[in-house]
Design a protein around this ligand. Sequence first.
Ligand SMILES: NC(=O)c1ccc[n+]([C@@H]2O[C@H](COP(=O)([O-])OP(=O)(O)OC[C@H]3O[C@@H](n4cnc5c(N)ncnc54)[C@H](O)[C@@H]3O)[C@@H](O)[C@H]2O)c1
Length: 349
Amino acid sequence: MKLPEELLGAAQAYRKEIQKKLNIGHEFLYLSQDDVKSIPVTPAEILDRTERALIAYSAKKVDMPSKIALHPITDTFFHAMPAYAPEEFAVGIKWGSCYPGNRDTYGFPQAQGLIIYSDHLSGLPLAVLDCKYVTEIRTAAVTYTAIKYLAPGDAETFGMIGCGVEGRQHVKNIETVLPKVRTIYVYDIYEGAADKLIEDYQKNTTAKIVKAPSYEELVKNSAVIVSATVAAEGYHPVIEDRWISGGKTILLCEGHTLYQDSIFKRADKYIVDSREQVEQFAAYGFYPFGHPPIYAETGEVAAGRVPGRENPEELIIANNFGMAVEDMFVLRLLFDRALEHAVGLRLPL
Ligand SMILES: NC(=O)c1ccc[n+]([C@@H]2O[C@H](COP(=O)([O-])OP(=O)(O)OC[C@H]3O[C@@H](n4cnc5c(N)ncnc54)[C@H](O)[C@@H]3O)[C@@H](O)[C@H]2O)c1
């Protein structure tokens, strides 16, 4: 995909602005995870950028080849995730990994990686950064976008399965998209993670955060359910079809790992971030029983091209596996702000 000719002037002007703060071609910005976290951006800005990324993807206004994947050990992966968003003047690649055993074996979170962010006019590197925080905030923002259009706006109950990095970020600002939430149920196979989430976030919310005793209690009691656990190989469902009634909105960060396959097949609407990506992951064996018919992409719903929730009885499932365009849209904002606030370390090329 090419930069539209009419945007060339604006792109050159933007590059000149960068050049005033960074000597492109001679140095690049290195941003550690702490640096990235210290860049002043609001959750509303992240949500806005992420929603625009989903819409641009589904409108075919971005270039995003399929992820290149490696699976060195069972349940692990590396993904090479490039994307170019011409209208954002943003291009780069994330080299991300997920190693679910990391916490027990090495004492690190499962999701790791780096992003290289580049100048689309010259191809020169602009920044190298730790990808964890970008991934964390944009993934929750993707879920929030889906919730805005797919969940009942007056939902009073929310359930979070998995209380790690993603689970915590999802609970943190959930009231921005579920303003009437009164009870937040949380569940984790590692109880300490659920306890820590409650300890850290209960004081920031008027909703009551409750540790659910089981998957069954959580899914039966929650109108909107998000899971962020482990993208596991094989089929070992722990959430039974008979527990899931109509009207629920189920949002997945890790594919179909936790749920009985029949739940997906009987959903009234099954939505994904990328049709192409579902086919790719089907080829890797992620959908051993085939994926359900796809109603729409999240970006099509967010753009208003396809209706989201149409009645309170619908069972709606959104399977957003994550896309590089989300990283690039958010990164354009973070990069500009990092330069503006002199965040990060300049390193020679
Ligand atoms: N869709 C996306 O864009 C995207 C982006 C980032 C991460 N992810 C996925 O989200 C998941 C979580 O990532 P994270 O960074 O929060 O990892 P994390 O390791 O920080 O947290 C995962 C939590 O889930 C818990 N858990 C594991 N298996 C469980 C189960 N069966 N039931 C309940 N709890 C369980 C763990 O104890 C841990 O606390 C991973 O599968 C990752 O691949 C998706």
